[in-house]
Design a protein around this ligand. Structure first.
Ligand SMILES: [Zn+2]
Ligand SMILES: [Zn+2]
Length: 91
């Protein structure tokens, strides 16, 4: 199974949809770049309040340009400043 956000068939990490409540939180599998971007884009509060399902993350306007970009690359990792650069494109 690949990344549930960008759909690429690469190694994934576990994202807890409800941060700070990891024991009860449902989880999804995200590749490292998507995972990093999700946490660079949203605060824990926003994740818990608004983006606690994979559907909400997939539809999040603030992730669209990133997901578009990453899904067309073969990058398996990004650095934080890459993810900040992506944020600036968006703004
Ligand atoms: Zn991904
Ligand atoms: Zn996470």
């Amino acid at each position: 199974m690949g990344c549930e956000l960008c759909g690429r068939e690469i190694e994934t990490t576990t994202h807890h949809l409800i941060p700070k409540n990891r024991k009860e939180s449902p989880t999804v599998q995200l590749c490292q770049p998507c995972h990093k971007q999700v946490h660079a884009t949203f605060t824990h509060h926003e994740l818990r309040q608004e983006y606690d399902t994979i559907e909400a993350l997939r539809e999040a306007e603030r992730l669209q340009s990133f997901v578009n970009w990453i899904s067309r690359t073969d990058k398996t990792t990004i650095r934080v400043d890459d993810s900040e650069r992506v944020r600036r494109w968006r703004d």
